[in-house]
Write a protein of this length. Structure first.
Length: 369
C-alpha cells in the first residue's frame, strides 16, 4: 500500500479554510452589548385578551390564554406597523452602543416576521401592511455596520400541528411528527433567512424541547453550511452551540468560563405589553452591563416594539442614556475580558484588556454612591 505523506497546505487552500468557532466568535466577543427585538403578532393584543390582562410575558399570550390557532391568526389582520422605520430602529441600537441586533424572525407563535415562501403565515402575506421589515433592517444594519441576527424558535411552534408547545389545538403528542416539522418548516425557513438577507451574525435558537442531539447538531451544521461565519446560539440544544446562553435575566454569581450571553428585559416582558410599565432604571441597566462584562458575559438587552412598529419611548430613553455612558466609557466594556481576580470588590467591578485593568466604581469607598 502506498504510504500517505502529509503535504503542506498551499496558501490559497489556507485562505479557503472554513472559519472555525474562534473566528466566528471574534466580533461577538468584541461587541459585548446587543439589542434583542421581540416583535410579532403578539404586539396586537399587547397582553390583553377579551378585555382581561393575561399574566406573564407578552409573546406568550397565545399559549397563556389558550387562543386557538384560527383565532390567533386573525390578529395578523390587525398588524399594520405603518410607523415602522428600519433606519430609526438601527439608529436607536447604534446610539445605545449596541453592536448587534437579534430580531424574532419566528417566535413560538409560528408567525414569520419576514417574507417566507414556506407558508402564507408571514408578515408579507397575512397582514394589511404587506412588507418585509427584515429586508429593510438588513439594509439599514449593513449601512450602520451593525450585525443583523435572527431569533428562530426551532422546537415550539404553536401554529404547526407537528411542533412542540400547542396542546390546546393539537393535544395528541403521539401524533406529532417533529422530524417532519424540522424538515418541512425549520430547515426551509433557515434556508430563506440565511440566503435572502446577506451575511447574518448569528441564529438565536430557543427552548430546545424534544429535539435530539442529532437534530441540534444537524441544525448547527446546516447554518454553518449556508453561512460558515454565522454563530449558533447555545439554545440550539445539547450544548452544541458556538456559545452558551444564561437563563433569561440571569446574572452569574461570578466570572464564568467559556462564552456566555445573558438575554434580558428592560421591563418584565419581551413582546410588547401595553400595561407593563415596570421599567428598570438607567442605573440598574448600566450596573447590569458592567456586572456582566466583569464576568465575561455579553448583554443582549430587549425591546418590544408596538403593533405600529414603534420601540416604546421609555426603552429608547434608557438606551440613549446607556449610549451616552458608553460613548465615554466604551473602551472599558467592548472587547474586554472578565475580572482577573477570583473575588468581587465591594466598591464595584473590574474588566480588563491588553495589560490594562478598568475599575468601575459603583460606589465610592466609604459607602457613598
Ligand atoms: O419562551 C421564550 C421567551 O418568550 C423569550 O423569547 C425568551 C428570550 O430569552 N426565551 C424563551 C424563554 O427562555
Amino acid at each position: 500500500m502506498a504510504k500517505r505523506t502529509r503535504t503542506a497546505r498551499k496558501p490559497a487552500e489556507v485562505a479557503r479554510k472554513r472559519p472555525g468557532k474562534q473566528d466566528r466568535l471574534k466580533w461577538w466577543r468584541e461587541a459585548r452589548f446587543g439589542m434583542f427585538i421581540h416583535w410579532g403578532v403578539y404586539a396586537v393584543p399587547a397582553g390583553i385578551w377579551n378585555g382581561k390582562d393575561v399574566p406573564g410575558i407578552g409573546e406568550w399570550i397565545m399559549n397563556r390564554a389558550r387562543i386557538p390557532v384560527e383565532e390567533y391568526a386573525k390578529l395578523a389582520k390587525k398588524l399594520n406597523p405603518v410607523k415602522f422605520n428600519a433606519t430609526e430602529w438601527v439608529r436607536i441600537a447604534k446610539r445605545a452602543g449596541m453592536k448587534y441586533i437579534v430580531i424574532t424572525s419566528k417566535h413560538h407563535d409560528g408567525f414569520a416576521m419576514y417574507d417566507s415562501k414556506v407558508s402564507d403565515y408571514d408578515i408579507v402575506d397575512a397582514t394589511p401592511w404587506g412588507k418585509d421589515p427584515i429586508a429593510a433592517l438588513a439594509k439599514a444594519c449593513r449601512k450602520a455596520g451593525i450585525k443583523l441576527c435572527f431569533y428562530y424558535s426551532q422546537s415550539q411552534d404553536w401554529h404547526d400541528p407537528d411542533a412542540m408547545g400547542n396542546r390546546w389545538d393539537f393535544p395528541d403528542e403521539e401524533k406529532k411528527d417533529f422530524a417532519k416539522y424540522i424538515e418541512e418548516k425549520v430547515k426551509p425557513q433557515l434556508h430563506e433567512l440565511l440566503t435572502q438577507y446577506g451575511p447574518i451574525g448569528l441564529i438565536w435558537f430557543d427552548t430546545p424541547q424534544r429535539i435530539t442531539r442529532a437534530q441540534s447538531l444537524m441544525l448547527k451544521r446546516y447554518v454553518h453550511k449556508l453561512q460558515p461565519k454565522c454563530l449558533v446560539s447555545g439554545r440550539v440544544g445539547h450544548g452544541v452551540g458556538d456559545y452558551d446562553s444564561m437563563g433569561d435575566n440571569m446574572i452569574p454569581a461570578g466570572r464564568v468560563k467559556g462564552e456566555w450571553e445573558t438575554p434580558a428585559t428592560i421591563n418584565d416582558t419581551w413582546g410588547f405589553k401595553a400595561r407593563d410599565k415596570n421599567w428598570k432604571s438607567v442605573e440598574t441597566l448600566l450596573h447590569l452591563l458592567v456586572d456582566l462584562a466583569s464576568k465575561g458575559v455579553n448583554y443582549l438587552l430587549n425591546v418590544g416594539p408596538t403593533r405600529l412598529g414603534v420601540i416604546p419611548p421609555p426603552s429608547v430613553k434608557r438606551l440613549d442614556e446607556i449610549g451616552k455612558w458608553l460613548k465615554v466609557n466604551g473602551e472599558a466594556i467592548r472587547g474586554t475580558g472578565p475580572n482577573p481576580f477570583p473575588y468581587e470588590l465591594d466598591w464595584g467591578r473590574i474588566t480588563q484588556k491588553r495589560g490594562k485593568l478598568y475599575l468601575h466604581f459603583m460606589k465610592w469607598p466609604g459607602g457613598k454612591k
